[in-house]
Design a protein around this ligand. Structure first.
Ligand SMILES: [Fe+2]
Ligand SMILES: [Fe+2]
Length: 373
């Protein structure tokens, strides 16, 4: 059982189909599979899962009343339940939704679509939980996720977002960072299932803290925050199954992953009024001082302070992020690895400074918020 993966119950009477879906979903989730819905629900009462996926003939007739009664139990009122129907059927879909399904999917379907649906349903639950956080942190999380989606939607529809709107969307995050809300923000995003958003938010927070503590102006801190949130925006066009793929990537998969940098820059250049600093963060956060980075293998002499800060924060965030395919590192383990194994790649004085800032501001402490990430 991998503690970094959310757990998922899969119910399907048909062994072959069940095993096929299970195999695909297991790259992203801890999957327990059942042939009978009643068995799955008994299990769910003992170990509440992140979501339940119910296939075909379970979505007919007598099994619907199980769902209805499950929904009445407080622990399962908001549990994401995804029902896979044998075919497109509006009446059956309506019936499933009335019985308590969060969403339905009809066969034939692509595994990536199922993963997206599960993820979206889990994220709704995570985002609703933000209401319970202190006001500053809740506002920062809500505005940042809204802005992140607005940017992704704008890119997908060919209608770039004005930087003035992005800047306004980042203000609550800036206020929360400057108002001691970092711990709550990191805690709130911990269970979010959209890795690109969660990672980008963490990079935005760490860059913002870094900028503030090295004495940048509020305006410059705003550029760092927006740059952090948008630095991997090119990943929004990469399939979740590749983004979450465990183990080694093939050469062509790695090439697709690396292409997110040029994709991000290409997308962001269309945004009216975008400061150069945001483009530097997006375009150069994978460059390294010894020229071993990508996409342009720039030497250290071509990498300004912003690019160097972005590289440090991006790696620190990736190492301490909760990821389905790797163990989460503590801040100290991350700093040790970056110091010992990346001394020719990263700006060491800046790295030491960043580490000091995180400890001085009590953001890096041996507490669950950062350990689990
Ligand atoms: Fe990146
Ligand atoms: Fe990144």
């Amino acid at each position: 059982m991998d503690s970094n993966k959310a757990s998922l119950l899969l119910v399907d009477r048909r062994l072959l189909h069940r095993e096929r879906i299970k195999m695909r979903l297991e790259t992203v989730y801890n999957v327990m599979d059942f042939a009978v819905l009643a068995d799955a629900l008994r299990y769910a009462r003992l170990r509440p899962p992140g979501a339940i996926v119910i296939c075909e003939d379970h979505a007919r007739g007598e099994d619907f009343h199980f769902l209805q009664s499950l929904r009445l139990e407080p622990a399962f009122g908001s549990l994401p339940i995804i029902i896979i129907l044998a075919e497109e059927n509006p009446a059956q879909t309506a019936r499933a939704m009335r019985a308590g399904a969060t969403t339905c999917l009809a066969k034939p379907y692509l595994p990536s679509v199922l993963v997206s649906l599960i993820s979206a349903a889990m994220n709704q639950v995570c985002e609703r939980s933000w209401e319970a956080l202190p006001e500053l942190a809740a506002a920062a999380l809500k505005s940042s996720v809204k802005m992140f989606h607005a940017v992704a939607d704008g890119i997908a529809s060919g209608q770039p977002v004005l930087y003035a709107d992005i800047n306004a969307g980042c203000l609550p995050l800036l206020e929360a960072v400057n108002g001691d809300g970092v711990g709550n923000i990191l805690q709130g995003v911990r269970q979010h299932d959209d890795y690109t958003y969660a990672h980008s938010l963490r990079v935005a927070v760490f860059l913002s803290v870094f900028g503030r503590n090295i004495g940048l102006s509020a305006n410059e801190q705003g550029v760092l925050t927006a740059g952090g949130l948008l630095h991997d925006i090119g990943k929004t066009s990469i399939a979740a199954l590749l983004l979450n793929k465990p183990g080694r990537l093939t050469d062509s998969e790695y090439a697709v992953m690396k292409s997110h940098v040029t994709a991000s820059v290409h997308m962001l250049k269309e945004f009216p009024g975008l400061p150069e600093g945001v483009l530097v963060i997006a375009g150069q956060h994978h460059e390294k001082l010894d020229g071993s980075g990508y996409p342009n293998a720039l030497p250290g002499s071509k990498l300004n302070e912003l690019a160097r800060m972005a590289a440090i924060v991006d790696i620190f965030s990736a190492l301490t992020d909760r990821r389905v395919y790797k163990p989460t590192m503590t801040p100290e383990e991350s700093f040790a690895l970056m110091t010992n194994e990346m001394s020719t790649q990263l700006d060491m004085p800046l790295l030491r400074y960043f580490r000091q800032i995180l400890y001085d501001t009590h953001i890096a402490q041996p507490q669950p918020v950062l350990l689990d990430g």
